[in-house]
Ligand binder design. Sequence first.
Ligand SMILES: C[S@@+](CC[C@H](N)C(=O)[O-])C[C@H]1O[C@@H](n2cnc3c(N)ncnc32)[C@H](O)[C@@H]1O
Length: 304
Amino acid sequence: MGDFKHISVLLNEVLDVFKDSKGTIIDATLGLGGHSLALLEQNKNINIIGIDKDIEAINLAKIRLNKFKSRIKIINSSFSDGIKEALLANDVVGILADIGISSYQIDNLNRGFSFYSNSLDMRMDINSHLTAKMVINSYSKEELHRIFIEYGEIKNPIPITKIILDHRKKYTINSAKELSLLIEANSKINAKIHPATLVFQALRIEVNDELGELKRLLKNIESVKNAKVAIISFHSLEDRIVKEAFKSWSKSCICDDDAIRCICGNNYKRGYVINKKPIIPSQNEINVNKRARSAKMRCFKFYG
Ligand SMILES: C[S@@+](CC[C@H](N)C(=O)[O-])C[C@H]1O[C@@H](n2cnc3c(N)ncnc32)[C@H](O)[C@@H]1O
């Protein structure tokens, strides 16, 4: 595993969701295989299909999961596509997605996710086209505003965009380190988060089409039968998408809100939300793994 480590978030809670499962569990975000490994160790009645778009993560996961190789199949793909192949298994009883980036991706300075990276890449799939360097150096003012507002949730993106555009007149921004220093030098110090945090969040979401991926994943699993779904997200944009999907799957009537009477047949409920409130990490877990602090897990059970 080299020096790269990833502490799996909400591990006990994930194990608890799938403890009585018998069949195939799809781990849509295999990463370094932490959740998959623990699930395989806990329960001999399950097999795993693991999906990840990051081939480097898959190669590390394969080493870690070697002793279970007869019980795991791995698909190198985006989860919105890979899930279609995974669902061909006819005994799927669980779908897990731990969305976001792994510590391996953050800590590997060649990948461009960290404030200290020497590159400005941020692709989870190293064969995909768009990089953060392309976004930051070539997007128009309007495009940068859009991603900073929609994906970075930055209320007023004008100052930050101006700093970037002014700098771009003379220089190319080549690394995440350069970008974070540029933002830091022009920001008021906020003790809570690094001043470049929201810009980096916006770039990552844009480069990897993270919200589009999540929406397509949810669309592609909505007709699954008899399976539990557990989705861990790390910011409110993703959590809102998951919450809305689960809410719509729980509705029996799909008529317009302003319909005078039901004409849909009132028979569309696909299952139920397992926990009304999202499951969050304990203070103990956060003490050990600061990166877990914003995690929220929502779970849904599809009827058979
Ligand atoms: C937080 S890590 C998962 C860690 C893993 N659960 C563990 O315990 O080791 C998220 C992983 O999901 C992958 N990922 C994120 N979005 C993806 C997508 N749309 N399609 C495929 N893989 C994705 C990332 O490349 C990363 O390796």
